[in-house]
Design a protein around this ligand. Sequence first.
Ligand code: MN
Length: 403
Amino acid sequence: MAKASSYHSTKRTRKGAVTSFGSRTDVGCTREQNEDSLVVQPPLFVVADGMGGHAAGEVASEIAVTTISECAPDTADAEELGMAVEQANRDIINAALAGEGREGMGTTCTAAMLEGNQLVIAQVGDSRAYLLHGGKLTQLTRDHSLMANMIEAGQITPEEARVHPSRSVITRALGSDPLTTPDLYEINVEDGDRLLLCSDGLTAMVEDDEIEAVMNRVADPQRCASALVNEAIAAGGLDNVTVIVADAEGAAKVKRRRIAVRTWITVLFVLLLLVGIIAGAAWGGYTYLHSTAYLAQNDKGMVAVYRGVPGDVLGFSYSELVQDTDVPVADLAPSASERIAQGMRVSSVDEAIALVDSYREELAQQKASAASASASAASSEASPSDSSEPAGSTSTGGVASAR
Ligand code: MN
């Protein structure tokens, strides 16, 4: 069922159920004051129709909705909702004793909690709850009225009750007997079901068939509530009219949404974890690449010191020239020069520089000993074939053997 958006009439309840609702109360055409009160506080909805004259009815119905609003449970629980209604009854009696309103003031009370597929109702008086299910309107509550008793006893028909002189006599209300208890109802509703709470200002003026037609015709709950009040006024508006319309969203839908939310939370968590792992690895990798060093041959054939690693590590490459040196790679012993030609890794830049320093020192010593060897060779008429090789220099590495 398509619903026109009505921004103020959708509220998320504590269980995550979303209920779309609308409400309207009107003084009507003949009364001077509106003694009806209502609560629209999903999942709680209450209609109270006060009586007592001289504004006392308004006081009684106002106390009822205030107390129930404060005392209602967090979730749909018939027993606890009934206890809130009983508390409202005591509060009205005590207020009258304290001089607030009038002695004998009273009110009807139809309190409902609609949450997911659960509907609970606590009922006193002749305000009603109806459920529209599959396009069919059903009265959920039983009126505490003389007319209801007479109809049930087969003494009159509903049509006769509508115009009966005692049609407004109610047999149970809040505000007179401290032991008054509400009738409690627990009903399973389905996705798409529509709850109606109303005072008798609607039901006395508009027949159930017409109420059903409007509830089927007007999709938006706020417009629907307003249309029902308009019907009562058009029919004469002899009493105050209060209407609440609330659309049930079934448990299946709520459950689906909860699972979807949970799935999203899991996906988000895993993503955050992955980002953390990647960031940690990247940071570790960067730190490693930044601290490690290697020696390689530059384009002039000299040893150069680099920060990082030769080539790639897992697709990342990090290499930065720290310094070129004056040490020729070709002059080093083959074991060193071969490794440097391929990139000789060491643990740090400092170590790399120290290594180059030692190469330079060794080459200098090598030169010095070669010079002294050739000097002594010249003086001792050494064989000309040996003159170009430093003494003791062999294929195993001149640097080591020069020591
Ligand atoms: Mn009324």
